[in-house]
Design a binder for this molecule. Structure first.
Ligand code: PLP
Length: 381
């Protein structure tokens, strides 16, 4: 079956007892046992739940992994994965990392002996040098990154990680499996904040790990139960509901983003635009090689810094000023004062996150309305 068909049918056959075409929400936290100590699929709700199991199997199928595990949030997925890393180990991570991941590494795990080196992963040579410099347990990437939509050559970095016996972990939240499947390019573990495109409606928090190797998957399933950052059955139902339309939504997000990016590229008040689907993106050739679509995220920098950014935001009517991304509704973020406010200015600016930078999550409204809204903002700026 092709991807869009698997979104609807993978791991989701009609319920064998009732014929229900949608997986029922099993709220029960415990499951009757025929005799003490019998081996059965469901025992206790933290360990496993039938609604969650359907979601986990669907995600594993869609990302091409052997094991899928659902969590209560993206950070719940990351912290459970980190439980598998003994203290004193080292990670080589992309420098343009999601802020919550950076906070987890630097402000929490470092005190327990984790060492993280951040590298510019647009250059595989820099990854090679960092991994070769000291024993490395994980190489941790996001692609595209947030907010500058830089790409990591997944195949090249997987080769480097494996040559040094490191686990290659990819946060695939921005692309979603509709646009990019890192396991096909050599990743060992894929992480998702399913809060974003997979849920798709800004109404459920969730996370996931999809694992290539069955033994590592079983170990992480053990940790999922031991740590307990699991989603509720109703959240799993909402995520399955979102998942079925992922393909059509991602095509609509991309159509919106393409139209908005073209508008921004033609405007002289804009210094630079970042959209992997644009031929002007410095890594567009790589985007075409490893992605099947380019998503709904567009970032751009306005001339005139903070004041121009504030005026642009005041001019908008459809884009809502809010953190998060990947929902059907369009959102706008000012990274310097919102999602990246905790990063010191000098560090932030060294990475290209300047005061005039705006990040758009283009929703699935009519692209013409989104283009008009952006023009309204620019007219103010
Ligand atoms: C939102 C996000 C996370 C964290 O996920 P939560 O569901 O908010 O815990 C991790 N990585 C990326 C790229 C994200 O956008």
């Amino acid at each position: 079956m092709r991807f869009d068909t698997r979104l609807i049918h993978a791991a989701q056959p009609p319920d064998p007892t009732t014929g229900a075409v949608n997986p029922p929400v099993y709220l029960s936290t415990t499951f009757a046992q025929p005799a003490p100590g019998t081996d059965q699929e469901f025992v206790y709700g933290r360990t496993g739940n039938p609604t969650r199991r359907v979601l986990e199997r669907a995600l594993a199928d869609l990302e091409g992994g052997r094991v899928g595990l659902a969590f209560s949030s993206g950070m719940g997925a990351l912290s459970t994965l980190l439980e598998n890393l003994p203290s004193g180990r080292r990670i080589v991570a992309v420098d343009d990392l999601y802020g919550g991941t950076w906070r987890m590494f630097e402000h929490h795990r470092r005190q327990f002996g984790l060492d993280v080196q951040y590298v510019n992963m647009t250059d595989p040579g820099a990854v090679e040098a960092a991994v070769a410099a000291a024993p490395t347990a994980w190489v941790y990437a996001e692609s595209p990154t947030n907010p500058l939509l830089r790409l990591v050559d997944l195949r090249a970095v997987a080769r480097i990680a494996h040559a040094h016996r490191a686990l290659f972990v990819v946060d695939n939240t921005f692309a979603s499996p509709a646009n990019q499947r890192p396991i096909e390019h050599g990743a060992d573990v894929v992480l998702h904040s399913t809060t974003k495109y997979i849920g798709g409606h800004s109404d459920v928090l969730g996370g996931a790990l999809i694992v290539r190797d069955r033994r590592l998957g079983e170990r992480l399933a053990w940790l999922q139960n031991a740590v307990g950052a699991v989603p509720s059955p109703f959240d799993c139902y909402l995520l399955l509901r979102g998942l079925r339309t992922l393909g059509v939504r991602m095509r609509a997000h991309a159509a919106s983003a393409r139209a908005v990016a073209q508008t921004l590229e033609r405007d002289r008040r804009v210094v630079a635009v970042w959209y992997p689907g644009s031929p002007r993106h410095p890594q567009h050739a790589l985007a075409r090689r490893q992605m099947e679509g380019y998503g709904g995220m567009v970032s751009f920098e306005l001339k005139g810094g903070l004041r121009a950014a504030r005026r642009f935001l005041r001019g908008l009517r459809i884009f809502t000023l809010a953190e998060s991304l990947g929902g059907v509704e369009s959102l706008v973020d000012h990274p310097a004062s919102m999602t990246h406010a905790s990063v010191p200015r000098s560090e932030r600016e060294a990475h290209g996150v300047r005061d005039g930078l705006i990040r758009l999550s283009c929703g699935i409204e009519d692209p013409a309305d989104l283009v008009e809204d952006v023009r309204r903002g620019l007219a103010r700026g």
